[in-house]
Ligand binder design. Structure first.
Ligand SMILES: [Zn+2]
Length: 442
């Protein structure tokens, strides 16, 4: 990567000061553009008494109001800075599991080309000319997710092979062998399923895959180590967000957090309660401002994802770049328990994903008598109810559950073993711990 990115490495590399000056200039330009062309931002700035000219230093960004996902869902066209005829592609999607608001993100042809360029730069961190990249993302219209990434793959001289989302693991294996895939890009949970379903009869380390490039959800470090060993390959992860142009950030060779698209985005971490910036390095909500978008710039957009900035210089040597930590929880996916504890999916992934034979899980919290109860559905490579005590032990290692049970606010979890393949379709959505019978609660 070093040789290809002279701007970031070597004696003439950019400094943080260079990056900050660039960000301020692009921010000022973006604010003026949004105020002139988007009715949403024009009214928001008027209402809050702030003008683009009030932003004279990068730190002034905190004077600007935050943009909420609900506001895009409510009136997407008020964000549009051009006529509708200039929209080349609209991405329609729900990000927060099945309960979040439906959003529209508009792109011009230029916006799409920039997305492809960033995706190409991202894939170039793990692949190069001659590589064969399996792309397992939702397949849709031209410039949909899998098409955008495929175009990025082609841009670096590699060959994309689109893998349908509903394919079985055995059929995916056939595609890997047929096209001699060297990189597999896909959702974390789907890659885990692929690995578990194939490893008993196939030596995955002998397939010639040199990188698994994972997206969508948190990857516990012990599971990463397992995948690396099983496939005898590198495992890298990607942080994406449709609102920010799908590709946002990738791990560098040093691992441990993400460098992001600083040419196109400013990152901030704010306190989700009051929207104010947190102290440097503290945990809070990731907020992005787009700097180059034509159709629909977003200013201080709340992602709902919790992370923190990593302030130490990265050991990869890219001194000018900021890093943020892997996202372990999302605001919309935190389930408050009756006893005051908080439960979110990565707490369960941390204790369970590494269990031998484990494939996937689903959970719902119900109200039974005066207590809450976790109904837990788990898919194993061999559906064996004899594993239930081991699963129970894993779940009780989640302190939010153990404390709630000890305090009497929660009953012991009910564990059911799903049949093989039963949870197959769930691996592409961000995980939520659902609630049922919630209407019975006071
Ligand atoms: Zn780095």
């Amino acid at each position: 990567m070093r040789a290809e990115v002279p701007l970031l490495f070597g004696p003439d590399a950019l400094t943080r000061g260079d990056a900050d000056r660039y960000h301020l200039h692009k921010l000022q330009t973006t604010l003026r553009y949004a105020a002139d062309n988007s009715s949403f931002y024009r009214e928001l700035f008027q209402k809050t008494g702030i003008a683009p000219e009030d932003i004279r230093a990068l730190a002034d960004i905190e004077k600007l109001p935050l943009t909420n996902p609900e506001e895009i869902a409510a009136s997407p066209f008020r964000f549009l800075c051009l006529s509708r005829s200039e929209i080349a592609r609209t991405h329609n999607f729900v990000t927060s599991g099945t309960t979040g608001p439906k959003k529209k993100i508009f792109c011009t042809q230029n916006d799409l080309e920039k997305i492809v360029r960033f995706l190409a730069a991202g894939i170039a961190t793990v692949a190069g000319r001659g590589d064969v990249v399996n792309v397992q993302l939702p397949v849709g219209l031209p410039y949909g997710q899998s098409d955008l990434l495929s175009r990025g793959v082609k841009k670096i001289g590699a060959k994309p092979i689109i893998v349908p989302m509903d394919i079985s693991s055995k059929d995916h294996l056939r595609l890997i062998k047929k096209y001699r895939a060297t990189v597999i890009f896909g959702f974390t949970r789907r890659m885990l399923r692929l690995t578990k379903e194939l490893e008993s009869f196939c030596d995955l380390s002998a397939l010639g895959v040199h990188t698994l490039f994972l997206t969508g959800e948190y990857l516990p470090s012990n599971v990463r180590a397992d995948l690396q060993k099983t496939w005898n390959c590198r495992v890298s992860t990607h942080y994406g967000l449709t609102e920010m142009g799908l590709g946002v950030a990738v791990e560098c060779g040093a691992g441990d957090g993400y460098h992001f698209n600083e040419a196109g985005l400013i990152v901030e971490i704010v306190d989700p309660e009051n929207g104010r910036p947190v102290a440097p390095g503290d945990e809070g909500e990731l907020v992005f401002t787009t700097l180059t978008r034509e159709a629909m710039p977003l200013i201080r957009y709340r992602t709902g994802d919790i992370s923190h900035l990593i302030l130490e210089p990265c050991s990869c040597g890219a001194k000018a770049l900021v890093k943020f930590a892997a996202v372990k929880k999302r605001i919309g996916a935190i389930t408050p328990l009756a006893g005051g504890e908080e439960l979110y999916p990565s707490l369960i992934d941390d204790v369970l994903m590494n269990m031998p034979g484990f494939i996937d899980w689903q959970a719902v919290i119900k109200r039974q008598d005066e207590r809450e109860i976790l109904h837990f559905h788990v898919e194993l490579i061999e559906p064996d109810s004899g594993k239930i005590p081991e699963i129970r032990k894993c779940l009780l290692a989640v302190s939010a559950l153990a404390k709630s049970i000890q305090a009497g606010a929660m009953a012991e979890p009910v564990i059911e073993i799903a049949s093989l393949g039963e949870l197959h379709g769930t691996g592409t959505r961000k995980r939520l711990i659902g609630r049922q019978d919630v209407f019975l609660r006071k």
